[in-house]
Design a protein around this ligand. Sequence first.
Ligand code: SF4
Ligand code: SF4
Ligand code: FES
Length: 248
Amino acid sequence: MPTTIKVEIKRQANPNAPAVTETFEVPYRPGMNITSLLGEIALNPVDISGKATTPVTYDSNCLEEICGSCAMLINGKARMACSALVDKLEQPIQLAPLSKFPVVRDLAVDRSVLFENLKTVKAWVPIDGTYDLGSGPRQFPQVQEQRYPLSNCISCCCCMEVCPQFNVSTNFVGAATIAQAKLFNMDPAGAVLAEDRLRALAGDGGIQECGFAQNCVVACPKELPLTEAISDMGRDVFIQQVKDLVSR
Ligand code: SF4
Ligand code: SF4
Ligand code: FES
């Protein structure tokens, strides 16, 4: 039974500071996850050589893989800190911020690009006021069954981190945005914006940038059917482009 856990953490004091690696040795407790390990360091922020340092900055909220905020690279893999159990990780455990998003500090990154991308595809159901709109249109159970898995997205950005096409040269919106466009296109009320969403996905950084490498579906902690969503939306975008061409 180990008595300590060794962890190497890539740290950065601010967005422009150089990255440094600090190593810590933390007392072992059964059942620890990466978030509790970081909490333990915060209680006693002293590195393995005895040098005092600052607590490690990271995002977290729900601690049950629902809020999507604690994504980071754990032993090189994009995953959620709150559901990564120390007992199942090789040591020394290596922690680093997601590599494709601007670092805010240490393990906290700015993932606002996903929210900007969701805005470009209007990933919402439009309403025209804050008054009671009633119960809304009914959905067939078959439609609900297809939509429910897509609604489980926690905006963690793991799918974008692992995507070879998500980079500055393509401006690719990424799998999560495409999946949310499908979710809202299948909503009886949200479908009113379906054409706008398809046209947005036909534009710069749109669905044509996907190389279909399928890294995203493997990395998604909520097991969204991302490749199916990309295929379906690719078909719908193509049909929309043909319709727009003939109606010119
Ligand atoms: S299928 Fe490949 S290229 Fe397309 S979004 Fe997923 S990881 Fe990226
Ligand atoms: S699709 Fe999956 S990996 Fe991508 S943001 Fe949503 S939950 Fe995270
Ligand atoms: S803290 Fe919410 S997903 Fe990890």
